[in-house]
Design a protein around this ligand. Structure first.
Ligand SMILES: [Zn+2]
Length: 130
């Protein structure tokens, strides 16, 4: 079923830190947290750096270039929005800058992709691989 006929929207809930991605998604600019102490990129969003535990994380514009590590296709979902669009592909993508993100998109293991931060149908921030 295409989006134009869908009655459902994707789940809107995000974590408190995940909500901070909203203004970047509205601009279509990929931002991830970067540590000012150890210079490592971080994902998922957190209060302290996962590498050095410094509280020096800030949102920075970054590249979404990376490589698909794995892909799964969901064939069932309890969420109406997803059940209308099955199979729903999920990729784990290792960005060239370090973090691994789980994103919706097309791609196969080993393939190069570009991860974008966009708004989904519910106007919530979501990562997608192109
Ligand atoms: Zn750090």
């Amino acid at each position: 079923m295409s989006d134009s006929f869908s009655q459902s929207l994707p789940p809107r809930k995000r974590t408190v830190l995940g909500e901070q991605l909203q203004p970047f998604a509205e601009k279509g600019e990929l931002h991830l947290q970067h540590c000012g102490a150890c210079q490592q990129w971080s994902y998922p969003p957190r209060e302290l750096c996962g590498h050095c535990l410094a509280d020096a994380l800030s949102w920075q514009l970054c590249s979404g270039e990376g490589q698909v590590l794995s892909r799964i296709d969901l064939h069932n979902s309890f969420e109406a929005y997803f059940s209308e669009q099955l199979p729903w592909s999920l990729l784990s993508v290792k960005l060239d800058i370090g973090p691994v993100l789980y994103v919706h998109g097309e791609g196969q293991s080993g393939q190069r992709v570009n991860v974008k931060l966009q708004l989904d149908a519910a106007s919530a921030p979501v990562f997608r691989a192109e």
